[in-house]
Design a protein around this ligand. Structure first.
Ligand code: GLV
Length: 306
């Protein structure tokens, strides 16, 4: 069995070490130094060169190195018959939730206002807490953990997704109920998978339907957001600001306007980074399941895109 890691530009030495510790019999090959393409049965991908998978004639399983699979499904030459899995584990979920909670609390307790006041030596005790109704878009493994934790902190939380859901303990909207959902909230967290349906969903029309002063947190994908529309919506007052971790082009170009917008706080796609220690056991387990013909963990539906 041979596994190929195809993640150009990423230092994968820790992945190799962790695989070796988990099972020294597994042969790991790392792109671009793939020695024996015929022996590769499983690939682990992050931003792979499009079209490369057709070079592996014995491939049986495609694994995303992270939670998202948009980077895989956007390759038109992906072998459509092969299963695709993603990483779902507490090592991704807990950091993501902590990041989102931090951004929500900063808005709720107006950290930016107090930081600005500090610089100006202003002592203003008025309105110390903003009333926040949170809207979480995307209620899968990551989104539902955020909802649970925010509810524990006492926030009113509303969910939005693609399809109907049962057995949930929060108000939930889906499909064409977006306008109703937006009317309930003044803080929106985008945690949606990136699919043709959700691409550009955070656009000017969306922002203009938001309650005035709504705050936006995007920890999903840069392509959910029409970036110039966010700037217009901030100018118009529909949006009061944004906390962003993802961008249409990463790294964010140095001449990008977001760097200099006071209402925008940005971080460099670090909200949640895959931890090989917890991701690798599930990849190995899936490989074993594939061999024994048992259902895979965390397999995505390529039609839905998540
Ligand atoms: C990160 O963005 C991921 O998809 O894991």
């Amino acid at each position: 069995m041979s596994i190929a890691i195809i993640s150009p530009g990423r230092d994968v030495s820790f992945w190799i070490k962790t695989f070796n510790e988990a099972d020294p019999d597994i042969d790991i090959q790392v792109f671009p130094d793939i020695r024996d393409k015929d022996s590769v049965e499983l690939v682990i991908l992050w931003q792979h060169p499009k079209g490369i998978l057709k070079e592996f004639p014995n491939l049986k399983l495609i694994c995303s190195m992270g939670a998202g699979v948009d980077h895989i499904l956007s390759d038109p030459e992906i072998p459509r018959s092969l299963p695709i899995t993603r990483i779902v584990d507490p090592g991704l979920t807990i950091p993501m939730t902590n990041y989102v909670v931090m951004a929500v609390l900063n808005f709720h307790r107006q950290l930016y206002r107090y930081q600005s006041n500090q610089r100006k030596k202003i002592w203003d005790m008025s309105n110390p807490e903003l009333k926040v109704n949170v809207g979480v878009m995307g209620v899968g493994a990551l989104g539902s953990d955020v909802i649970e934790k925010l509810k524990i902190l006492g926030f009113s939380v509303f969910g939005f997704g693609n399809s109907p859901k049962s057995n949930i303990d929060f108000p939930y909207f889906y499909g064409d109920e977006l306008t109703q959902f937006l009317s309930k909230v003044n803080l929106i967290i985008c945690m949606l998978p990136l699919t043709p349906k959700t691409e550009n969903i955070l656009n000017l029309d969306f922002f203009r339907k938001c309650n005035k002063g709504t705050y936006i947190i995007n920890v999903a994908r840069g392509n959910h957001l029409v970036e110039e529309d966010l700037l217009t919506a901030i100018d118009e007052g529909h949006v009061s600001g944004a906390f962003l971790d993802v961008y249409r082009k990463e790294p964010l170009p140095v001449d990008h306007p977001f760097w200099n917008v006071e209402e925008i706080t940005l971080t460099p796609h670090i909200a949640s980074v895959t931890n090989p220690g917890s991701a690798i056991p599930q990849i190995i387990e899936n490989y074993k399941r594939l061999k024994s013909n048992t259902p895979l963990m965390n397999q995505i539906n390529p039609i839905l895109g998540y």
